[in-house]
Design a protein around this ligand. Structure first.
Ligand code: LMR
Length: 401
């Protein structure tokens, strides 16, 4: 029967990494996958992760037993505090639970499986554009996946009117995926005033928000500020929601697959019911989540001293990315590259949505060995003081050709 199995297309993000790794040109640059690199272009193990890892390895009580199905209790509690704030009324009222997940993808997948089973409406709306995996995950779970207007290609900013109008015309009670901060791929976030208007429509239409929060700490460099939208929905508007949290980026623990799905409901009984059902889905899919990354994250989140070190590490990462935005824009201005490049410094988080067209992206790859997704998304962390000028000159050339 294998004859009936067609070849699936490669993943657009990880296929780029594979092509980059095959490229032997010294000048090659990988601006594809959203993974932080230091100024030497190398993966960065956060100093706080080194420290927590060391402490774990020195602990004679460390074993490799199964974690509970729902994950490490101390990590789950800390994940809720991280996103909702330690003084959250929802935590006090015990109407929030978290389940540990296989990073952000796992949090979305578990959320999608749960919603497919229990949510009355099988329509999900994702931003146009969005992280490529959202559509796959919700499509696989049996949802009708639609888009809401988000990015305005003329202003290279948010099309709020378009977004509100899409949300308004979606079927009542749809699932809406919102990016909590540092929107992937555009780097364009709503302002607080805009979030209030978004919440108005969400509430009026009875839509269910799933916040994808893969970059807390990367947007403003401040973990609390980056949680503003989620906290506003939960505390000020008393809305129920899912929050898919990833520790891949903000801890640099990409391969350890650590994350959480936090659920906020109206009562403590409902929260417990949700946890029981999510645990049931986890059990049949992977039984128990991976332990090592979870132990590292939990250690840091629950230790005030390590937590402070972590916030410094986050500032190191977000600060270097901001510096690269500034340098890239300066080089383009110096070269007189046609177009306006202000959006590079206006956008936030790990990505810049450059506005480069697929043909230009393809030329950057074939002529300059610079790899980025065809939608013109640049992972800013792939730039450093040694390659940013080369990048600017390459962009200048392809924009003129
Ligand atoms: C990205 O968008 O590059 C990352 O979130 C990696 C991934 O899983 O796609």
């Amino acid at each position: 029967f294998f004859n009936n199995v067609p070849l699936a297309p490669p993943d657009p993000i990880f296929h780029l990494t594979a092509s980059y790794e095959k490229d032997t040109t010294p000048k090659r640059i990988n601006l594809g996958v959203g993974a932080y690199r230091d100024d030497m272009g190398q993966p960065w193990v956060l100093p706080v992760v080194r420290k927590a890892r060391q402490l774990l390895l020195e602990d004679p009580a460390l074993t490799h037993e199964y974690l509970p199905i729902a994950g490490l209790p101390a990590l789950r509690d800390a994940s809720i505090r991280l996103i909702l704030g330690k003084d959250s009324p929802a935590i006090r009222e015990k109407r929030t639970i978290a389940i540990q997940t296989i990073s952000g993808t796992g949090a979305n997948t578990l959320g999608a499986a749960f919603l497919a089973q229990f949510h009355p409406v099988r329509t999900v709306l994702v931003s146009n554009p969005t992280w490529v995996n959202h559509k796959g995950i919700f499509g696989n779970a049996g949802f009708d996946v639609k888009e809401y207007t988000y990015f305005d290609s003329k202003t290279l900013g948010l099309d709020l009117e378009g977004m509100l109008s899409s949300l308004n015309s979606a079927p009542e009670g749809s699932v809406i995926i919102l990016h909590a901060c540092a929107h992937n791929p555009t780097g364009v976030d709503p302002t607080q005033e805009q979030w209030i208007k978004i919440a108005d429509v969400m509430e009026a239409k009875g839509h269910f928000p799933l916040f994808d929060c893969a970059y807390q700490g990367f947007a403003s460099g401040d973990l609390d500020k980056d949680a503003w939208a989620v906290r506003y929905f939960v505390h000020d508007r008393k809305l129920e929601c899912f929050i898919a949290q990833s520790y891949a980026k903000n801890f640099g623990l990409y391969g350890e697959r650590c994350g959480a799905l936090t659920v906020v409901t109206q009562t403590s009984d409902l929260a417990d019911r949700c946890l029981s059902q999510l645990s049931k889905i986890a059990r049949v899919n992977y039984s128990n989540p991976p332990a090592f990354g979870a132990r590292i994250v939990s250690r840091v989140l629950n230790d005030p001293e390590l937590y402070t070190t972590w916030t410094n590490d986050l500032r190191t990462m977000s600060g270097r990315i901001i510096q690269m935005r500034t340098l890239l824009r300066e080089h383009l201005i110096k070269l007189g590259t046609p177009g306006n490049w202000d959006h590079i410094t206006r956008q936030i988080g790990m990505f810049s949505f450059t506005g480069l067209k697929p043909a230009q992206v393809s030329l950057l790859q074939s002529k300059y060995h610079i790899y980025m997704t065809s939608n013109g998304r640049v992972s800013m962390a792939g730039l450093n003081t040694n390659n940013v000028e080369y990048m600017a000159k390459a962009v200048d050339d392809v924009v003129r050709s």
